[in-house]
Design a protein around this ligand. Structure first.
Ligand code: GDP
Ligand code: IMO
Ligand code: MG
Length: 422
């Protein structure tokens, strides 16, 4: 049985949630391997419509085990809110476990994230979600992080906080915020222990057993390649690695256990937050993509920047992830465009680039487009390849050719069944 990583191939919001939800109907285990509640993974199914932030999109399969892996960072209060919301829709959540090694997004992290973002001026603003993700991963790397397992050991936690909090408070005060007390944090932790304690476990034996017993396992990534800490548009990136290479670390299995990597690819491009985005359309076509595609952030509600499909960025993603297949989403959003464009290169002065350069150069490039005829017909009812209009099939073939891998899914709507399975 396969171990399949499902990863974002662009800037995030490609539709990972809806693809994982579909695949998870046949999965035994679903693991979120990185990121935190900066994610907004939209799932629409018989239970309703959900924007999942931390809970794996496999939660709607009652027999699948869902795991928040050691590579993720967890805000316990937000996780509890999310669980309450899901449970209110009669979705059982007893099979959800959180790795004791996952780091905690502590109350000081969103505080610092917000204050730091406000202190950044003009061009330096990253446009983070202010969920504390960057500060939590920074503490992990500085070896001053608090881990989920620490919540279960109050004495150990107090000692760690006594060591860490003075520095955090200095930082908060220097940014103009109010310091926090150990007692406040210990009280929060006591409440998390009571409500979440039974879910915090060593997830490694569960994962190891699933892989060794040949169970079907999904690894759910957050965001996409262009926001990867190493391979995205640094510093306008998130503070973890959405790339498939990190999935083994963030889930807890050897890289050779991963048998499939599905890249989730939107039929056009969107990005939330700052940084270079060469294909961005600041005209009526961009506005039309946003309005039809409902391109507003699932976590922050911000307008997503919109543009045509970027074939250069997608080759970058395909190489770095080693996709074995792709899921193309939101094809239906292009149904009423008379023509659709694909970026196949970047112009930099008198040169043509066919790869993604480092950020300061990336800021300067201009996209080179090829234009394809639109299909001017609804694709939403299509359930098989042959149901699609001819020009839609030609466009999809061209995208697949640029990525260099076969299409496994074409999504033509947000609902679970609005999908063509190849
Ligand atoms: P994720 O973060 O990658 O899971 O993606 P988001 O959920 O943030 O954004 C994708 C948005 O597109 C959500 O509002 C989905 O409901 C919606 N969506 C997903 N697939 C399709 C599709 O094929 N067509 C349309 N029209 N909407 C889709
Ligand atoms: P999903 O999982 C889109 C963006 C922010 C910002 C950068 C860093 O739904 O694809 P962070 O809060 O992570 O420090 O912000 O990353 N960003 C997202 N953009 N979808 C998301 O999640 C995002 N999570 C973070 O806008 O540019
Ligand atoms: Mg999203």
């Amino acid at each position: 049985m396969p171990v399949t990583a499902v990863v974002g191939a662009q800037y995030g919001d490609e539709g990972k949630g809806r693809i994982v939800d579909w695949l998870a109907q046949r999965a035994d285990m679903v693991i979120r391997y990185q990121g935190g509640d900066n994610a907004g993974h939209t799932v629409m199914n018989e239970f309703g419509k959900f924007a999942l932030h931390m809970v794996p999109s496999g939660v709607f399969n009652p027999v699948a085990t869902c795991i928040v892996g050691p590579g993720a960072v967890v805000n316990p209060d937000n996780l509890l809110d999310e669980l309450a919301h899901i449970e209110a829709a009669n979705v059982p959540t007893t099979n959800l476990f959180v790795s004791e090694r996952a780091h905690v997004v502590m109350p000081y992290h969103p505080l610092i994230d917000g204050l730091e973002e406000e202190a950044r001026s003009g061009r330096d603003k990253i446009g983070t979600t202010k969920r504390g993700i960057g500060p939590a991963y920074a503490d992990k790397a500085r070896r001053v992080g608090i881990r989920m397992g620490d919540i279960l050991r109050p004495e150990y936690l107090r000692a760690r906080l006594e060591n860490v909090l003075p520095d955090k408070n200095k930082e908060i005060v220097s940014l103009g915020g109010e310091p926090l007390t150990i007692e406040f944090l210990m009280e929060r932790a006591a409440s998390w222990r009571e409500k979440l304690g039974h879910r915090i476990v060593d997830t490694m034996p569960l994962v190891q057993h699933a892989v060794q017993a040949d169970h079907s396992v999904l690894l759910e990534g957050q965001l996409g390649v262009m926001r990867d800490l190493d391979w995205g548009t640094y510093p306008f990136v998130t503070s973890s690695n959405p790339l498939a290479g990190y999935a083994s670390i963030g889930a807890g299995m050897p890289p050779t256990a991963i048998t499939h990597v599905i890249g989730v690819v939107k039929a056009y491009s969107t990005a939330v937050g700052a940084g270079p985005f060469p294909v961005e359309l600041l005209d009526a076509a961009g506005e039309k993509l946003r309005e039809i595609g409902l391109e507003y952030g699932a976590t922050t509600g911000r307008k997503r920047r919109c543009g045509w499909f970027d074939g250069v960025a997608i080759r970058h993603a395909a190489w770095l992830n080693g996709f074995t297949g792709i899921a193309i989403t939101k094809l239906d959003v292009l149904d009423t465009f008379e023509e659709v464009k694909i970026c196949t290169g970047y112009r930099l002065g008198d040169k043509v680039l066919t790869h993604v350069p480092d950020t300061p150069v990336y800021e300067l490039v201009e996209p080179i487009y090829e234009t394809w005829p639109g299909w001017m017909a609804s694709t939403r009812e299509a359930r098989q390849w042959d149901d699609l209009p001819k020009h839609a099939r030609l466009f999809l073939r061209r995208l697949s050719e640029l990525v260099g891998v076969k299409i496994q899914f074409v999504s033509v709507g947000a609902e679970r069944e609005e999908l063509i399975v190849m």
